[in-house]
Structure formats: C-alpha cells, structure tokens
Design a protein around this ligand. Structure first.
Ligand SMILES: [Zn+2]
Length: 153
C-alpha cells in the first residue's frame, strides 16, 4: 500500500481500483480511536452509578491517552471496539475486500495497544482493557473488576 497524496488517491496493492482518498481517510480515521463511543458512554454511566466518579476522559497527561483514567489511582481503562482491535472474545467479522491492507491495519492496532499498555505498566499504571461486547453484555462485571482494583490502590 502506498499513498499518493498529490493526486488525492490512495492505492491499495491488492485492490482493483483506487479508492478516493477522502473515503479511505475517513475509514482510517474511524480505525483510530474514536472518542465518546457508545460503549464508552455506557461504561461511564455505570461508573457514575457505582460511585466511581472523578475519572478523566482522554487525558493528555497520560501516555496513550486512555479513554478513561483515575489519575490518583493510576488506573487506565481502554475501551476497545471489537472490530478494530480484534476482540479475543467475540470473534468479530473479517473484511472481505482489501484483505491484506486491513490485516496490516489490524495488526498495527493490536501492536500499538500492546506497546501502549506495556509502557503504562512500566510507569506504575494498572491497565484495564474493556471490550465493547463485554460492556454491552455485562458492564457491571467490569465495574466490579475496576472496583476491586480501585479499592486496592
Ligand atoms: Zn468483542
């Protein structure tokens, strides 16, 4: 895959036709962490109801800008979309076109996640990854998990 930004098109090696840059950009942008996604909102509501207030959202001061964090407890929560971050629990569907492009993209997402988490941990942070499907199914289980961590730090 390479970019030809001068012409406004991005070519994908295994693709049949160039995809307008605008379209692919918006698709890539949506692969980069979107803020305030539906699962994030569900989780935040559950946290407030559980009395776990005082969290910060997408805090610039914290490496990797976790979706939610508790600064004084050094707890970082990443809310992962199952599709983009390749959830290990719900076996998300695979793209049917531009397979090589997307598998690279997914691999990069996963590696970036890993790197981020490792660096945070080395700085003394507890890193929790909450998946979209878990949030949808049983958010309170996640809140319990966080509560244990919260009370022990
Ligand atoms: Zn999932």
């Amino acid at each position: 895959m390479y970019l030809n930004s001068n012409k406004g098109y991005q070519y994908i090696r295994d693709g049949r036709a160039p995809i307008p840059k605008k379209e692919i950009t918006s698709r890539i942008m949506s692969a980069i962490k979107a803020k305030n996604t539906k699962p994030e909102l569900i989780l935040r509501k559950a946290l407030r109801e559980a009395g776990l207030r005082g969290y910060r959202l997408h805090c610039k001061k914290v490496l990797g800008r976790p979706d939610i964090c508790y600064l004084n407890k050094k707890i970082a929560i990443f809310v992962n979309g199952c599709y983009w971050h390749r959830c290990p629990y719900c076996n998300p569907s695979k793209p049917k076109t531009h397979i090589r492009f997307w598998s690279n993209k997914f691999r990069n997402n996963i590696e970036r996640d890993k790197r981020k988490h490792k660096e945070l941990k080395s700085l003394g942070w507890k890193v929790l990854t909450f998946w979209e499907c878990q949030i949808n199914k049983r958010v309170f289980k996640l809140v319990d998990k966080l509560m244990i961590e919260y009370n022990s730090r």
